[in-house]
Structures are given as structure tokens and as C-alpha cells.
Design a protein around this ligand. Structure first.
Ligand SMILES: *[C@@H]1O[C@H](CO)[C@@H](O)[C@H](O)[C@H]1NC(C)=O
Length: 226
């Protein structure tokens, strides 16, 4: 059988980048939290590759939780690095006030959301560098405030959306910049609401997603690619 040469050449190249299959780091120890750990402005919390769980579990499926259900709350200007978050942490990590840095934060099995960015203002920049997340039935990163989120060299597998700008929060233009991210076996890499002024930039994103950037006209209402 004869195939057009272009097709034969294009298919393997496009999928070759999916050879990177992530891998949650092996924990150096386990920590059971009764309450979230707060990382304050200017503080750096280095978890030393320990795994953090909530005991008792605060994971209630897709039921919306709150700050009390997180493993970490990183306040404006704080840095959290080198941690593994276990599946018992209902709300994962909150970045409160924007401008926080999450470096090499891994989620073995996302409960409701992995990372929620709240109360950031225009001009605030939140950096999510390295790390990754598995099994997020809906969102990995939920952006409620009005700043910018950089997602660099992150890994996602089996997810609904890697990033979603809030469609029902305060109306403002949210910005997301995604570079060097691998996203496999999921829904969409970013979901934004262009009519709010949201802006997404995807650079060197390796994915098998049908619509890497999805435009929404309202919550759950898809309106073409962005
Ligand atoms: C995105 O959604 C908005 C609102 O429904 C719509 O006006 C716009 O045409 C859509 N597509 C693009 C590419 O902006």
C-alpha cells in the first residue's frame, strides 16, 4: 500500500516527544499532616523529597474543598520545593495572593485540584517549575486570581485540564505561559475564556491532546480552539 510520504514522516516525529513518561520521585520519607503547612512570604520550604499526606484524609472525590483541606498554603512570595503530595490531600497546594513559586512539586494522584492560585492581582507572576501530576479527573491547576501563571517543564498524565482559568470568578484577563510541558493521555492543556481577555501562550508543548488550547464561552461551554 502507498501512503503519502508526508504522513509517514510526520506521525512518528509528532509522537516522539511523548517518550518522556515522567515518574514521581521515590519519597525519602513520609509525613502525615493534621493541618496544612503555611509557607510565608519570602520563606523557602524544601521538603527534601518527602511525601506529604493528610491524616485523616481530606479527599472527598470531586467535592469542592477549602484551604483547610490542603497540604500546603504558599503565601504571596513564598517558595515550596521538592515535595510529593499524596492522594489524601483533598486540595493539594494553594498559592494565596499570587507570586508564589512551586518548584518540583509532584502529585501522585490528584483529588479535587492539585494547585489553586487565588487572589493574585494583575502584574503578579506565579511560577510552577518542574514537577507534575497524575490522575486529575478534572483540573490540575486552577487559576482564580487575575495575574499570570508560568508553567515550565511540568508533566501531566491522565488529566482533564492541566490549567483552567476560572470562568465564574471575578471577571478579569488571566494569562498563562506554558513551556516545555509534556501532557499525556488527558483532555486539554489549557482552558481559557477569551471573551474575558484571557491569554495563553504554548511553547514546545508535547501532547497528544486533540485541542491543546480550548476556548470557553462559559463554564463547561467550549467555543473552539484558542
Ligand atoms: C472564544 O469564545 C468567545 C466567547 O464565546 C467567542 O466570541 C470567540 O469567537 C471564541 N473564539 C476565539 C478564537 O476567540
Amino acid at each position: 500500500m502507498l501512503f503519502p510520504l508526508a504522513l509517514l514522516a510526520a506521525a512518528p516525529t509528532a509522537l516522539a516527544c511523548l517518550g518522556y513518561t515522567g515518574g514521581v520521585p521515590k519519597p525519602t520519607g513520609n509525613v502525615a499532616l493534621k493541618a496544612p503547612i503555611y509557607v510565608k512570604a519570602g520563606q523557602v520550604y524544601d521538603g527534601g523529597w518527602r511525601k506529604f499526606d493528610r491524616n485523616p484524609s481530606t479527599c472527598n472525590g470531586q467535592g469542592e474543598g477549602g484551604e483547610d483541606d490542603t497540604a500546603f498554603v504558599v503565601e504571596r512570595g513564598g517558595t515550596l520545593r521538592n515535595v510529593i503530595i499524596g492522594k489524601t490531600a483533598g486540595e493539594g497546594v494553594y498559592c494565596k495572593g499570587g507570586g508564589c513559586n512551586l518548584e518540583f512539586v509532584w502529585f501522585e494522584d490528584v483529588c479535587e485540584d492539585a494547585i489553586s492560585i487565588k487572589d493574585d492581582r494583575p502584574g503578579d507572576v506565579t511560577n510552577i517549575i518542574g514537577g507534575g501530576a497524575y490522575h486529575a479527573s478534572d483540573k490540575v491547576i486552577q487559576h482564580n486570581g487575575c495575574g499570570r501563571v508560568n508553567i515550565i517543564n511540568f508533566y501531566a498524565e491522565d488529566y482533564g485540564k492541566v490549567y483552567r482559568s476560572c470562568g465564574t470568578c471575578q471577571k478579569c484577563a488571566r494569562e498563562v505561559y506554558v513551556e516545555g510541558v509534556t501532557a499525556r493521555k488527558g483532555g486539554e492543556v489549557v482552558g481559557i475564556t477569551k471573551s474575558n481577555g484571557d491569554k495563553a501562550t504554548l511553547v514546545n508543548v508535547c501532547t497528544d491532546a486533540k485541542t491543546p488550547c480550548q476556548n470557553y464561552s462559559g463554564p463547561g461551554k467550549k467555543d473552539g480552539a484558542c
